[in-house]
Design a protein around this ligand. Structure first.
Ligand code: PEP
Ligand code: MN
Length: 368
């Protein structure tokens, strides 16, 4: 699944080598005054090197504020001129790209709704052509790593090398305190597959609510993400879009002050202890996998027994009882209800798949 990516490291194209990369600015550019007030507030925070603002806003339903359009680009030119910050906007089609580049926008980004459409990504890439502009690619709304990778690969194969992935959470049907579930395993897998691709977090769209933001920023940096893109407004309660998740420049400063930047490695003693703990984990994982395999063999045996006796696979009563008992047992051992539920659901899903296979197999005993 992984084609190689040719990525230019951040420090080779960003004239500022600040770590982590902090991009901040309003969800939407609303008025020149709002843009300038916010930008002035942000320019007092030395870590903020890139100013973001949505000029064309993808709204879920028509009739809401859809962005000021091209006329707002000159405000961003002013931000750049007066504060020295680089400026970034979201583009969703070739016209946006042309206009943004005409106005000297430094960085483009592709939003969660556009990234799912290979035609749109292709057109955006073609319009950029050989203009060597950095592009940030948000994950798609749905938790689909392949689509995210596909868009990154597509742009890369069109010659764009200054690429950054943005993790903005995923739309998900389970109840969660977040507007978009972080599902950290997806960006972690992206990082595992493409360690050289810069990856930043958008805590605003993950949280949907400003109270949750500091935790997500800390977690992302602990996971070695390369920076954050955060929605900031000089007066969030009056924002025309995403007002619950925007923070003031002063609140951003506060979050940055309290965020701990942990080191990747420590001294020798630390390394030895870590090694010991890691080998303990390796051993436990080995046992865990062995137990899971043994459990799955028993499940297959049950499947074959059900087949012989013409009994259906899904036995809801039994399943509910398992969930209840295992959750109780797990909680007693200090595990969280959510974790056990997730684990059991995954084990159960695989068990059902395995039993269906047994049911469909001509001679199950051969397979077992
Ligand atoms: C945004 O950054 O304002 C935006 C619309 O984000 P997303 O594409 O992640 O929804
Ligand atoms: Mn927004």
């Amino acid at each position: 699944m992984t084609a190689k990516l040719t990525i230019k490291p951040l420090k080779e194209w960003l004239p500022v080598s600040i770590k982590p990369l902090i991009i901040a600015g309003p969800c939407s550019a609303e008025t020149e005054e709002q843009v300038m007030d916010t930008a002035r507030g942000l320019s007092d925070i030395p870590q903020v090197k890139v100013f973001r603002a949505g000029i064309w806003k993808p709204r879920t339903r028509p009739g809401a504020f859809e962005g000021v359009g091209t006329s707002g680009l000159q405000w961003l030119q002013r931000v750049k001129r007066e504060t020295g910050m680089l400026v970034a906007v979201e583009v969703a089609n070739p016209k946006h790209v042309e206009d943004a580049l005409d106005y000297g926008i430094d960085i483009l980004w592709i939003g969660a709704r556009t990234v799912v459409n290979p035609f749109a990504v292709q057109e955006i890439g073609e319009t950029i052509g050989n203009r060597d502009i950095p592009v940030m690619i948000k994950n798609p709304l749905n938790p689909d790593l392949k689509t995210w990778i596909g868009a990154i690969e597509r742009l890369n194969q069109m010659g764009l090398k200054k690429l950054v992935a943005i993790h903005r959470g995923f739309s998900f049907f389970h109840r969660s305190p977040y507007r978009n579930a972080p599902m950290w395993e997806i960006p972690i897998e992206l990082k595992r597959l493409y360690p050289n691709l810069p990856l930043i977090v958008d805590p605003s769209h993950i949280c949907g609510n400003r109270e949750l933001i500091p935790g997500i920023v800390q977690k992302a940096l602990d996971l070695e993400m390369n920076g954050i893109m955060i929605e900031t407004h000089h007066n969030p309660s009056k924002a025309l879009t995403d007002k619950n998740q925007q923070i003031t420049p002063a609140q951003l400063q506060e979050i940055l002050t309290h965020t701990i930047l942990r080191r990747k490695t420590g001294n020798i003693e630390f390394g030895q202890k870590l090694e010991e703990l890691r080998s303990e984990i390796d051993k436990l994982d080995e046992e865990l996998i062995e137990i899971l395999a043994r459990r799955m063999n028993v499940v297959a045996e049950i499947g074959s027994y059900k087949k012989t006796n013409k009994i259906t696979i899904l036995q809801l009563k039994r399943w509910n009882q398992i969930i209840q008992e295992r959750i109780e047992a797990g909680i007693k051992l200090g595990l969280s209800r959510e974790f056990i539920l997730k684990l059991l659901e995954s084990v159960h899903e695989e068990g059902i798949r395995c039993q269906i296979e047994v049911m469909n197999h001509e001679n199950p005993s051969e397979k077992l």
